[in-house]
Design a protein around this ligand. Structure first.
Ligand code: ZN
Length: 141
């Protein structure tokens, strides 16, 4: 069990339902003309791409795992979580759930800062922040 604020719970609910305001979802509403990923520009910015398959996301998940463990990419966030949960439990003292949630939230926040503030994305900063958040969420429980 982990502790999460209502804001974070809503973020995950929106992510799992593919309701985040990704460029693909904004394109489908007719609000923007370009659905390319704001980070890599090499794929449509869907929720799954942004949070799992984008090179930034891959680097974050790879950086959060122990050497020799490979994150399996999936086309569904729920399946991504379940599939990787078993192999990654050991890396987080049994709490992949908090690392997964913190990682997704921090990838999303970095993407938003890039778009709205022009802030450069630093993979190591996201990994460090994710580990801090995951530990804090576990400690509160
Ligand atoms: Zn991308």
């Amino acid at each position: 069990m982990i502790w999460l604020t209502l804001k974070i719970k809503i973020f995950f609910w929106l992510a799992l339902l593919n309701r985040l305001q990704t460029r693909d979802n904004l394109f489908k509403k007719g609000w923007i003309a370009d659905r390319a990923c704001a980070i890599c520009h090499n794929a449509m910015e869907t929720t799954v791409h942004l949070l799992t398959a984008c090179p930034l996301a891959y680097n974050i998940w790879d950086g959060l795992t122990q050497p020799g463990i490979t994150i399996a990419m999936k086309d569904d966030l729920g399946i991504f979580w379940l599939h990787n949960r078993q192999s990654l439990q050991m890396a987080y003292n049994g709490n992949w759930d908090s690392a997964w949630m913190a990682g997704m939230r921090n990838i999303w926040k970095a993407r938003c800062r890039l778009i709205f503030e022009g802030t450069t994305i630093n993979d190591n900063d996201i990994i460090r922040k994710t580990m801090q958040d995951a530990s804090a969420w576990i400690a509160i429980c």
